[in-house]
Structures are given as C-alpha cells and as structure tokens.
Ligand binder design. Structure first.
Ligand SMILES: [Mn+2]
Length: 433
C-alpha cells in the first residue's frame, strides 16, 4: 500500500485583491499571509501522516517572486518535510520562462522536466510521469505525449491542464486534453492542477482523476474549504481511500439573506448574527471573508436602500456590526449586494425600473451575448495585455473583468445603483406619495 498527498495551485504569496478590512478590525496581513500558512499546514499534515511522498500539480508560485523571500519560504517548507519526497510540475503561473530567481531545493524535491514527459521513480515500485509548462501559454495537448509504461508497479500522472471544454470556471484553456487521453495511458492515478475548484473527474470504478483545487481561496470567486487530498492505493494501484483535508487559513464565503418574511428592518440584524454564527462554527475558527446578498420582496427593501444612499455605507456597517457581535475579529463582510425588491403596489417609476432590472438580469444570464463578447478578438487582445502586468494581483484584478460571473454581478447591480440614486434625490418618494 502507498499513501501520498496530492495538492496543486499553492500560488504562494498571491496578493489578495481589494482587502478593505478596516470595518472588520482584521489585520489585512492575516489574508495576505494565508497562502504561506496554507503551505505550512500542508507540510504539517504530510509530516503528521508520514506519507510516502507528496505530488504538486503546478502553480506553486503565483508568478515571478517579488524578492527571494517567496522562494526562501517555499524551500524552508520543503525542507521541513524531511525524508518525504516531493514531485512537482510547473503550471502557467510558475512556467519555467516566468520565474527569474532561483534557490537550491532539498534533494528530496524533484521538479519534472518542461522539455518532454519525464518518468521519475519516486519510491521503489512507484513511477510518476509528468511535464511542466515551459511557457505560460501552453496550448498543446501535453497528455498525448505521455508514454504508456510497460512493466509492473504503480504509475501516476501529473498534469497542469484545463481539461477539455475551453475556459472553465474562468481559468485559461491551457494544455487541453480529454479524459480519454488520460485513461488510455493506463496509469493508476492522475493528479491534476490548474482548476481551483476541487473535483473528481473520475472516481468510482475508473482510473481516479483529481483536481484537488487550490490550497487557499484568494477572492470571492474561490469560496468554500480549500485543501488537499490524502490518497491510499493498494499494491496493484487500486484506490483504497481518499480523504480531503481543509488546509486554508482564511476562507471566502457567500451568504444569501432572504428578507421576504421580515416586517421590520430591526429583525434583519439578529438574523444576520445567527447566520454568521453558523458560518463561524463551520469555519472552525478561520477568518472569513463573506459576501452577503440580500434578496426577496419586502417592505424593508426601501429602508435597506436608504441606508446605503449616504456618503458612508450604513448598511455595510450594520451588517459588519452583526458579524462583530458574534465573532469579533473573525468575519470581514467583504461586500453587500442588494437584489431585493419592494412589494408591487408602488408607482409607475418603480415598475418601469423593475422591468429594466428584469431585462438586464435576464439578458445577462440567458443570452449568450456575454460569451460572444468575451470571445471577441479585440477583447482577447486586451486580455493578453493584462498578462504584461508585472504584479500578479493587478493582472488578476484585470482578469476578473473578463470573468463572466463577475460581469453578470456588475450588471445586476445597475438597477440597484439607479434606485439608490433616485431615492437619494427624493424622486421616487414624491412620485409615489
Ligand atoms: Mn494554473
């Protein structure tokens, strides 16, 4: 039996975007350092479990190191693994051509070739096959070049890929391949990287193919627990067990608050408190970044809008206040999105705006104009320019403007913005009374 941990997309020292944690009274460095802490948690787990080896599916780094500290931290953690070997490949973020600084790694750390698929015997009876990215934009099907291996023993494939199907979850289409490309190599396990959402592409009764997801969520599109998998294979390479362990230090979550049943806005705050309490319990003491969405048809909708119409966002403050009451210093309310409505008996202006609102939301979601927009060559040119940003987080923020879900969210907020501004000017009020 062999036991190993597969992780990917560590993105060490990735900067988190838009950290405005003043209201939450949380030191932003808690978030900034969390990719480091998550890596430390991974190493602690591997040592505790005394695994046979660790595999890393690419994007160990978020980009070129700002200075040697990033590399020093990585090497230090690899050294803490002691005798446990590590086999790693490069991905688009840490492609060979991107990283300009180097540091010597422990002899137990092996980085597979970027030139061609390399076969590496990590421990007796176990061979790992993989090829890293030489350049960021790897559009070839790398998997196709992986060899079918003769002889006994366990064979594990490592690959950084978007699989088939083009852009997936907002990730670029790199080293595409089909599941069959992987299956037909007749390995016993495939450890992938690149897609930040964890998923088993194949599991029961098949060759297991795993995206472990990234090790640490870095923004609101990377919600929920993040971590790695402990895999046990028997001597024939058959999967005995798989265990996910959350290794993230901070966590991003979305919280939907339905206000339909509320008669008074005063009921909203204790309700939020209760929901925050549940979230904090599930997060096991981690610091949370929460994006809250208020939805439903309710009389309190107008009051909610009024609270955010001033120079300061009183709504955000009151919701942050609810979070602080149950979990001081643990929850940062990252954003409050309002998609609720007032009940119907309101005047023609509001009715017209609701029609507009529905139009925008339906179009944003139902039509494929967004896909067509995102597919335009002009936009692709802009997108390529984003990769020239020296700072990875700037490139990432730019990248979000090419993210379908993010655009949908921005569009969905237009009616709310209109309504807030009309309310501020007293326009709706005078027309309705
Ligand atoms: Mn990647």
């Amino acid at each position: 039996m062999i036991r190993f941990i597969h992780a990917a997309d560590i993105h060490l020292d990735s900067l988190m975007r838009g950290l405005d944690t003043k209201l939450a009274d949380i030191d932003p460095s808690v978030f900034r350092l969390s990719t480091r802490k998550a890596l430390k948690n991974l190493v602690d787990w591997a040592v505790w479990e005394n695994v046979d080896f660790v595999t890393l599916g690419g994007d160990n780094y978020d980009g070129d190191w700002r200075d040697h500290q990033t590399g020093l931290y990585f090497v230090q953690q690899m050294a803490r693994l002691g005798e446990i070997p590590v086999v790693s490949i490069t991905g688009n973020h840490d492609a060979q051509s991107k990283i300009t600084r180097t540091l010597r790694l422990p002899p137990t750390f092996h980085r597979l070739s970027e030139e061609s698929p390399e076969i590496y015997q990590v421990i007796p009876g176990v061979r790992i096959v993989g090829q890293g990215f030489k350049n960021q934009s790897e559009t070839r099907n790398l998997a196709r070049g992986y060899p079918e291996l003769d002889g006994g023993g366990i064979k594990i494939g490592l690959l950084h890929t978007s699989l088939a199907g083009g852009k997936r979850d907002g990730h670029d289409d790199y080293a595409p391949c089909s599941l069959d490309d992987l299956r037909f190599k007749h390995y016993q396990f495939w450890g992938l990287g690149h897609i930040h959402k964890q998923s088993w592409e194949a599991l029961q009764g098949e060759v297991p193919i795993l995206f472990p997801g990234n090790l640490q969520g870095r923004h609101i599109r990377e919600t929920g627990p993040k971590g790695a998998y402990l895999i046990e294979l028997d001597d024939d390479g058959k999967l005995i067990s798989e265990e996910f362990k959350a290794l993230d230090e901070t966590r991003w979550e979305e919280l939907l608050v339905e206000i339909g049943a509320f008669q008074s806005i005063d009921e909203l705050w204790p309700y939020c408190e209760q929901r925050f309490r549940e979230m904090a319990e599930q997060a096991g003491g981690r610091v949370l970044a929460v994006r809250l969405r208020i939805d439903g048809v309710s009389r309190i909708h107008k009051e909610i809008l009024k609270m955010r119409s001033g120079a300061e966002d009183a709504l955000l403050a009151e919701i942050q206040n609810a979070a602080n009451m149950v979990t001081p210093g643990l929850i940062w309310v990252e954003h409050v999105q309002v998609s609720s409505h007032s009940p119907v008996q309101i005047g023609p202006t509001t009715q017209a705006m609701r029609t507009l609102c529905e139009f925008i939301q339906t179009k944003a979601k139902a039509d494929n104009w967004l896909d067509e927009f995102l597919d335009m060559k002009e936009l692709k040119q802009l997108r390529n320019q984003a990769s020239y940003f020296r700072e990875a987080d700037q490139a990432e923020m730019m990248g979000l403007l090419f993210d379908k879900k993010e655009i949908e969210m921005i569009l969905a907020e237009i009616p709310e913005l209109l309504e807030v501004r009309l309310n501020t000017n007293g326009y709706l009020k005078s027309r309705e009374s």
